[in-house]
Design a protein around this ligand. Sequence first.
Ligand code: DUC
Ligand code: ZN
Ligand code: ZN
Length: 465
Amino acid sequence: MRTLITNGTIVTADGSFAADVLVDGETIAAIGAGLAGMVQSDETIDATGRYVIPGGIDVHTHMELPFGGTFAKDTFETGTRAAAFGGTTSIVDFAVQSKGQALRTGLDAWHAKAEGNAVLDYGFHMIMSDVNDDSLAEMDQLVTEGVPDFKLFTAYPGVFYSDDAAIFRAMQQTTKNGGLILMHAENGPAIDVVAAQLVAEGKTDPYYHGIARFPVFEGEATNRVIRLAEAAGAPVYIVHLSVIDALTAVREARDRGTQAFAETCPQYLFLSLDDLGGGFNGAKFICSPPLRDKDPNWEQLWTGLRKNDLQVVSTDHCPFDFHGQKEMGRGDFRKIPNGLPGVEDRVDLLHDGGVVAGRISRERWVEIVSTEPAKLFGMYPKKGAIAVGSDADLVVYDPDRVRTISATTHHMDVDYSCYEGRAIQGGSDIVMSRGSVVVRNGVFTGRKGHGRFIRRAPADYARLA
Ligand code: DUC
Ligand code: ZN
Ligand code: ZN
């Protein structure tokens, strides 16, 4: 099957230009002006007035994550299908090692959830909840199996939490096996003290989830784990960075030459502590780190994205229904499952609030939603690029289309949207995964089981820093 995409503007991280793209089978076979008259194809897609971009890559999702006695609702089928509607063509999800389990047990469970179900290609990071001699040795094996990054937490004592010794040992291990430690950096023990005090005072509404998790608790933990990485001689990647205190720690580390990387998420660029107010409805907005004050955080995060102190925007997609799941925490915000839906809206939100709003260029938009995630997570140039030989994960993107986000029309398996009623400019017309059209003008044309495991290699972090 050969498909020719004609008359579009190719937008990559490096620049924009008018050219046609020939897809042959699963990969890009040719790029050039006037290909239409020169090559044979089975289908021609006219991209006049539209961009042709590499498909989005969301490197932070939690399909079916067990959390607080329930599970994140999207499966690999529903979650990747929703992602496709939003112009994302690959995800990297977090497999979970529970306490007392081997890494292998958690990884096998995640392969079983995804295989035969995902409609898009997917990779895995490994959450480590139990660092010990055995799990440290297992890390080396996982790197060889295409799972080269490991997430540890300074939050959630008793569940995912690792102490400094465990974090340091895991970092030392990556200096030997070439992998990367991803850190959820919030001071969990201190947060738990404040949260208990608030509840004892009768402050049980969702809003107090945001109050309990002081910005300094994220700043302190971010600085601490970066310092530990420096001591170990390891690169480190801070996930879901939400606040200026943490951004400052990353920026200062990068300025002194540390291989420190960080992502933020749309919720920290477009939502705020105000959304957590309004009584129990605020439960819809509970995630960790929490939503923050709009000022000065939003503009500081955008500046961080422009200046490359932040390299990636991912979603931390972790959807729980308001009815029946978020409601488990009525009367105690600590019992509300943490997480927001977002995998479908990331590319469009960043186009509207970033490119259309004049905060970033369209090339930087492509870079932070696709190319840089591919580079940092060992998928480039197979993914994240428009180049001969790359996977034909392509989106024909209409930069002018306006739509309104709503739970009544989204495709994520969750009963609300954090962006309900928000009008945004920009949308994906055609979404292609390895040469197959999976979404065409709002209609799903993909196939459950089309998605394949992406076997990833460690990246050259020194070069990317
Ligand atoms: N934060 C969330 O909001 N959900 C899942 C896990 C996490 O760290
Ligand atoms: Zn996290
Ligand atoms: Zn997460």
